[in-house]
Design a protein around this ligand. Sequence first.
Ligand code: NVA
Length: 299
Amino acid sequence: MHLIGTDDLSKDAINRILDIAEDIAAGKSVASVKEHSTLGLLFELPSTRTHVSFDVAMARLGGHSVYLDTNVSQMSRGESIADTARVLSGYCDFIAARVKKHQSVVELAENSRVPVINALSDLEHPTQALADAFTIRSHKVNLGNIKIAFMGDVAQNTANSIMLTAAKLGADVALIGPKGFYPNSVYVNRAMEYTKVVHTTSLEDGLEDADVVYTDTYVSMGKESEAEKRRKLFAPYQLNSSALKYANKDAIVMHPLPAHRGEEITDDVIDGKQSVVWEQSRNKMIVNQAILVYLSQNH
Ligand code: NVA
């Protein structure tokens, strides 16, 4: 079994991972990965949280990780992803890969003998969404009765993974952003099989009754050439204190980081009382342990 996209996990599987994470967070002893397990981290793109949280997660499980930047690997000289997968899966017990094109992580999985985890692609960020669901669950208990509002660039990896993970757990989803940036219809249609999903250009409508307000960068990795245009178009969708007033009073504020303070989110909101951003970030380490345990039990 691999974790390439959110649809690799059923609702039960998501809940199982969150339950393992809850036990880990509570300091209970949980099943671990096999002794001396190794996680290969194959990264084509920069990373702070995902890299370190997987590294530490593996150490906490009694294993270790090996980080390989593709720029200093033979992939930079043309070795194929398929051959790289064949080689790495001969050394490692898991591979987590951060790739520019989603198809690369698919190919990696197709040619790997060990579980492959998508550590972010242009289409999905499934491990982030699991850590987010864990964070939401610890504040809102039951995702079945809540509304998650995702604002800004709704046509990107985090939005797709959050939308589908939240939908599988029963949360309503509102996607709020400017005309011209439409959410991925495959993800919207899948999510609508589980829950209500609306896409709106109105901050007021989208944020009404929201229990979770989520935002992410205007300029995801790979979109740097559109930065100027994006900053202009997304500016009205900044998560600031006026926007936050439209949501429920006890709504929590989330961001996968890195934050571009003063762009998609203001200092007072990210540092404010409603923000759970640092806890959300820390939870990646807990949930990544749970993902590794779950995959080792289900491969
Ligand atoms: N959507 C962002 C997420 C970073 C963790 C990006 O792809 O750059």
